[in-house]
Design a binder for this molecule. Structure first.
Ligand SMILES: CC(C)(COP(=O)(O)OP(=O)(O)OC[C@H]1O[C@@H](n2cnc3c(N)ncnc32)[C@H](O)[C@@H]1OP(=O)(O)O)[C@@H](O)C(=O)NCCC(=O)NCCS
Length: 173
């Protein structure tokens, strides 16, 4: 079931997507500069955004996928996903509307999700992420959080973070 927990940071609310987010999702994903480095098709029409939200709400994209909104505004301005790939491996994806780039918002969302994941998924030992090799901002975010470059294939840079959350006292076998 799609039901991510609400997370709060000083400037952001990470909350479940709702169908009413369609126009705001379209507003930021339809920007050519935003989607330039993406290896998936971001919604490029409001109908696409509705289709995307239908999939999200049906749970087809996993449960740990949040809409990002500024604390004082209802509109979605990005998304972040902590996808569980297996019992020990997760992957991380994030996006922020172009007009808000360069203010540390992606980093703030990543920090909140990693803090949450430590408790929610203490058995995860690897987090994977990738970015287009020319996507300097995305690569910088990963590097700031300790992700190590493990390979470059075609136009993609693949990163991994080894985590030792198994030391977390919440772990039970
Ligand atoms: C990648 C993305 C999420 C970053 O969002 P953001 O809120 O601007 O990120 P932050 O401000 O938290 O951090 C960006 C970092 O990259 C740095 N950066 C930005 N542009 C850069 C560039 N051209 N070269 C080097 N560093 C750059 C910033 O200085 C900052 O690092 P710092 O904190 O050390 O100063 C945003 O650009 C985006 O949504 N892009 C489109 C979707 C996308 O590419 N998602 C990632 C898929 S892999």
């Amino acid at each position: 079931m799609y039901n991510p927990i609400n997370l709060q940071t000083s400037r952001l609310r990470l909350r479940p997507f709702v169908m009413l987010d369609a126009s705001a999702v379209f507003r930021y994903t339809s920007d050519a500069e935003f989607s330039k480095y993406l290896d998936y098709d971001a919604p490029s029409s409001e109908a696409d955004a509705i289709g995307f939200l239908r999939m999200v709400l049906a749970g087809e994209m996993g449960t740990n996928l949040w809409a990002i909104a500024l604390t004082n505004q209802p509109e979605v301005i990005g998304a972040i996903q902590f996808n569980i790939e297996s019992s020990e491996i997760a992957s991380l994806h994030y996006e922020i509307a172009r007009w808000l780039w360069g203010q540390g918002l992606a980093s703030e969302a990543v920090s909140a999700v990693l803090d949450w994941a430590k408790v929610a998924y203490p058995k995860i030992i690897e987090i994977h992420a990738d970015a287009h090799i020319a996507n300097a901002a995305s690569r910088r975010v990963l590097e700031k959080f300790g992700f190590k470059l493990i390979s470059i294939e075609d136009d993609s840079a693949y990163y991994m973070q080894s985590v030792s959350w198994s030391n977390n006292p919440d772990v039970t076998d």
